[in-house]
Ligand binder design. Sequence first.
Ligand code: GZL
Ligand code: ZN
Length: 328
Amino acid sequence: MKKIIGLAAAGALLLALAGCADGGGGGTEASGPKDIGDLVVGFAQVGAESGWRTANTKDIQDTFKDEGIELKFSDAQQKQENQIKAIRSYIQQQVDYIAFSPVVETGWDAVLQEAKDAGIPVVLTDRAVDSEDTSLYETFLGSDFVKEGQKAGLWVLDEYKDATKPVNIIQLEGTTGSAPAIDRAEGFADTIRQNANLKVVASQTGDFTRAGGKQVTEALLKSNPDVDLIYAHNDDMGLGAIEAVEAAGLVPGKDIKIVTIDAVHDGMQALADGKINFIVECSPLLGAQLVDVIKTLNDGGTVEKRIITDETTFTQEQAVEALPDRKY
Ligand code: GZL
Ligand code: ZN
């Protein structure tokens, strides 16, 4: 008889433990780690402006699906007010975590404070904010854009090291006020400054889109007849620039060299085809690292304030090699 009672008690204990394991325990008791399957994450994406963004969105959505974590997702069409609205709606819905890629660096302190007051941790992915108070977010997970600009600048320095006359450069800037646009311009300028022949004769935003890159290049080629190189802050604007260069009867990659950043499929194809000369990689595959951050925080752990993604660069020959295995 004793044995049976003992077994029953053990069974009851197991059931109780199982109860909270499937999140059924829930309720207002001390917030220990939630069961992964019960987490709800709100993600406020920038938009769908480029091949990079599309790959970034797909990777995040696929990763969360594979992990069985519920992801609420919004596309802000590159408007800050839409991202702020989305973050506020996630706060209302009392999600467990908020992650977003700030379309521009400024103007986030108020809504981040609201998330903090609501006890919802925020993770920055891809782009940075300029908030002085770093307690407003758990970490910034993404590339070092200054370094990306420097890598592009180093290739230009090398390409024109024997230049005896001025090298005229057009710069196609990313979204005005965005961390990548600010930092890629800074890194590039800091690097090419070593050779006085290298001159940025015109610089304008193409808003990271192919159409923007084409329109701006058409205009700048008209007002700057003798251009040697186009430095585009992303592949998509570089692909638009190729169309404009060809429309002007010139050969992209030869008459006018082109350097871009991202290394998405279409950019790598143009590089392999010789229409782009060099690409600095910026990885959009942030999904796995974002899930790791959330799991660590959910287990009561802490994460580094800054997690930098590692990435490389590609020449035309390297693009031919790499293309078959590229995931995006
Ligand atoms: C960079 C990302 C940029 C890409 C662009 O991490 O924010 O935005 O370089 C994208 O292609 O539009
Ligand atoms: Zn900055």
